[in-house]
Design a protein around this ligand. Structure first.
Ligand code: F6P
Length: 321
């Protein structure tokens, strides 16, 4: 019998986390559960930073980026003793299930809680990297994509005015999803991602030809996992004989008000998490596959990576001619 659940956000924040918290709290209360929040992710859990949540505590938060509950990357929780301590605190606080909102590191922590300590957990995918297996989209990705394309549009204005080439570094850790998809949506000349290595000489020649055909700007997107953006810029500058300017978009990609899409999937996933935990479907992640809500075992999610589709990479290249 489940009476009390706790919810936390962990790892890098992503826009839409607040909508997910709100959905967990309100669906929990709808089902007569007591809901508490854990402040500052797993680190806060180890420091027993627990707070009661009610309908009002999650009012007016959905439109804000970041996370009401705050987040952290906890080194202590990565140890067996940290996991043990966390399970003890949860049990002492009469928590029956922990809902974790975050990316792969957060899910690995949740799986440890389940496998090492037998503590029930359920996870929601939230990371701008979109590198999680078992969901087409993670919470926050759509907003981050819109942030990146708005930056591309602005940089295009100045690039065309100067006939300059620009390199833009996009986040994503080791995953090229954000770079590739924003490259398609932003109409850039080239996207460099870790999944599909390129010969920089070929890229430079392509850019050079574009200028010779009269192109007024040139934008290359580089996913952060694909190499040092300054080295890439220097190499290409020497090859094409044009000034290359580097812009690292950095943390602005994680902030901002969440898009309608992110608010909606966060609401659906958050609510589904509570429905599933009531059915005792714990140690699962709730994902979105083909617009359907799916429940996937955490161990399966963590045993694979979300693969970047080759056809998308080819599409980007065809459209960027
Ligand atoms: O996982 C989200 C992310 O923003 C990655 O894209 C990036 O590599 C990383 O987090 C940055 O981590 P931190 O917030 O620890 O600097």
């Amino acid at each position: 019998m489940i009476n009390k659940i706790a919810v936390l956000t962990s790892g890098g924040d992503s826009p839409g986390m607040n909508a997910a918290i709100r959905a967990v709290v309100r669906t929990g209360i709808y089902h007569n559960l007591e809901v508490i929040g854990v402040h500052s992710g797993y680190q806060g859990l180890l420091e027993k930073e627990l707070l009661p949540l009610n309908l009002k505590s999650v009012g007016g938060i959905m439109q804000h980026g970041g996370t009401l509950l705050m987040t952290s990357r906890s080194e202590e929780f990565k140890t067996k003793s940290g996991v043990k301590k966390a399970a003890k605190i949860l049990r002492e606080s009469q928590v029956d299930v922990l809902v974790v909102i975050g990316g792969d590191g957060s899910m690995a922590g949740a799986l440890d809680l389940y496998q090492l300590e037998g503590f029930p957990v359920i996870c929601l995918p939230a990371t701008i990297d979109n590198d999680l297996y078992g969901t087409d989209m993670c919470i926050g990705v759509d907003t981050a994509l819109n942030t990146v394309i708005s930056a591309i549009d602005k940089i295009k204005d100045t690039a065309s005015s100067h006939r300059r080439a620009f390199i833009i570094e996009v986040m994503g850790r080791n995953c090229g999803y954000l770079a590739l998809m924003s490259g398609i949506a932003g109409g850039v000349e080239y996207v460099i991602v870790p999944e599909f290595p390129v010969n920089l000489k070929d890229v430079s020649n392509k850019l050079k030809k574009g200028y010779q055909r009269g192109k007024s700007h040139c934008i290359v997107l580089v996913a952060e996992g694909a190499g040092d953006v300054y080295d890439i810029g220097k190499f290409m500058e020497d090859k094409i004989g044009f000034e290359m300017r580097v812009t690292v978009l950095g943390y602005l990609q994680r902030g901002g008000f969440p898009s309608a899409f992110d608010r909606i999937i966060a609401s659906r996933l958050g609510s589904a998490a509570v429905e599933q935990l009531l059915k005792k479907n714990d140690h699962h992640m709730i994902g979105l596959l083909g617009n359907e809500i799916k429940t996937i075992p955490l161990a399966e999610v963590l045993s694979q990576k979300n693969k970047l589709r080759k056809s998308m990479y080819e599409l980007a290249n065809i459209l960027a001619q």
